[in-house]
Design a protein around this ligand. Structure first.
Ligand SMILES: [Zn+2]
Ligand SMILES: [Zn+2]
Length: 176
């Protein structure tokens, strides 16, 4: 998905608006690869702000399938796309790379909108993904999803301090 900026770059004050559906079908980051389950056209607004500067605004969202941090059930995560990016068309590709490290989304007057979008999705990645706020997770012993019901495992065995207190109550350890 490329946007040709030459239509807006030649006239100061010119504004071009468009809606385009993103092409991406999955997002990869250090946590894994996640499928896109819903996408709507993203609205783009390009404004010539003068002196070879074009302001790019994007508005939309994308939905991805991501496992819950606690129980690993699939969760549909809606990631908003909402950003404003100022582009200096007078800048050479070298200057731009020096100024914005990974931002190599401009080739001449061709804006790689897909790359810009992808970067934005990674930036807006939620810190915590839960199927519900009070997700109980899975039993670390038998793997039972505790949202669907408790298992018979003794969860307290995992905390040695709790086990020690229990022993006192059960009379297996006598205090001296
Ligand atoms: Zn969960
Ligand atoms: Zn269990």
């Amino acid at each position: 998905m490329f946007i040709n900026l030459s239509g807006v770059s030649n006239t100061e004050g010119k504004v071009v608006e468009m809606a385009m559906e993103p092409e991406l079908t999955e997002v990869k980051n250090r946590m894994g690869t996640f499928s896109v389950v819903e996408k709507k056209p993203v609205r783009w607004k390009l404004s010539n702000t003068g002196c070879d500067h074009v302001c790019v605004e994007a508005e939309g969202f994308i939905c991805l399938m991501v496992p819950c941090d606690r129980c690993l059930d699939d969760v549909t995560v809606k990631i908003p796309v909402h950003f404003t990016q100022e582009l200096n068309l007078a800048q050479s590709a070298e200057d731009r790379q020096e100024a914005l490290d990974e931002a190599d989304y401009l080739e001449g007057y061709q804006l790689d909108a897909e790359k810009l979008l992808y970067h934005e999705i990674l930036m807006n990645w939620p810190a915590k993904i839960l199927c519900k706020p009070d997700c109980k997770g899975i039993c670390r012993k038998c793997g039972q999803n505790l949202n669907e019901g408790m298992c018979d495992c003794d969860q307290q065995e995992y905390d040695p301090r709790m086990a020690a207190i229990k022993d006192i109550f059960n009379g297996t350890v006598k205090e001296v």
